[in-house]
Design a protein around this ligand. Sequence first.
Ligand SMILES: Cc1cc2nc3c(=O)[nH]c(=O)nc-3n(C[C@H](O)[C@H](O)[C@H](O)COP(=O)(O)OP(=O)(O)OC[C@H]3O[C@@H](n4cnc5c(N)ncnc54)[C@H](O)[C@@H]3O)c2cc1C
Length: 342
Amino acid sequence: MKDTLPIQYDYSLRANNTFGIDAKAHAYLPVDSVEMLESVRRDASLRALPRMVLGGGSNIVLTRDFPGIVLHMCGKGIEVVGHDMNATHVRAAAGENWHGFVQWTLQNGLNGLENLSLIPGSVGAAPIQNIGAYGVEIKDCFHELTAFDLESGRTFTIDKAGCAFGYRDSIFKRQLHDRAVILDVTFALPKQWRPNLQYADVVQEIDARKIATPTARDISDAVIAIRTRKLPDPAVIGNAGSFFKNPIVSAAQRDALLERYPRMVSYAQSDESCKLAAGWLIDQCGWKGRSLGRAGVYEKQALVLVNRGGASGREVERLASAIQADVKAKFGVMLEPEPVFV
Ligand SMILES: Cc1cc2nc3c(=O)[nH]c(=O)nc-3n(C[C@H](O)[C@H](O)[C@H](O)COP(=O)(O)OP(=O)(O)OC[C@H]3O[C@@H](n4cnc5c(N)ncnc54)[C@H](O)[C@@H]3O)c2cc1C
């Protein structure tokens, strides 16, 4: 059975992760059908291997050669699958490029995902950490998804409540971690659209373009311009975007910190807790622009760790640990990494 699958052995993943880390997979399989996953599950020798599901590799740090099989989700396809009173339902296969999908929706007059333009990676990975940017998360336009259960061999559909979305979090990082392979995602895009202009950066960019009544296309263009200015292009400088989540602290802890650091950046949350800006905390510890070995902190944004050339995953891990230790010592706050360490 294994012989019919296009598996490659001792496969370099360097081009498959945006950090550009040169690690190898024992076995690598580009997957474009559920039958291929079924075959992997049925084959005793493949089933015994550790597994890693891979999309665009924009949220992983490869700390070693992977001793198992990498299942690279490559299936393509986008279609409108239905409507209800309020929304148009659009389904996209896991292997579609996220930004390409967002652009497809806009070209087809479907709005709602524009604030999430230019986020790297695949459609299939977007629900894993409930990707978010500029005041929108995918949960805001999510309808349902289909996934294959590597343990039971069942294909199942899960709705928004079932995904238990949170800040950079979902059930796929918890109970269904290492088990559910997302095959496709269906979005509910609103028929009555209103621009989301919560973020000052987006408003400023729209104003600078002298646009009084922005369309979804205008917002997408503004977000693309902002992101291009602020974030390093992984094709030029290896990185995984924001490296740490913004920590959530209690109002009491925030107040205590504000007494010592009156200029500290914080955002009140709906449940009385408070989100701190991880980038600001890192910057205050003097890390912006610094390096440890061949891994470093981006000059323009302290939240982004970069590969200065030839860095190993271990070097990135060492840098992340050093930053965590300094932030903990200065502010008493433990930063949690956003990418998955493999
Ligand atoms: C420059 C840059 C900017 C970024 N900006 C943002 C941002 O603004 N907001 C944000 O939220 N994120 C951002 N990210 C992080 C990243 O783009 C997202 O997390 C993205 O969804 C990862 O997609 P991917 O296909 O590359 O996933 P991968 O890195 O391939 O995988 C990430 C995790 O998802 C799992 N996975 C992947 N595909 C599937 C699947 N089909 N089924 C089950 N599990 C799967 C993997 O096993 C892994 O655990 C940024 C990254 C970069 C490099």
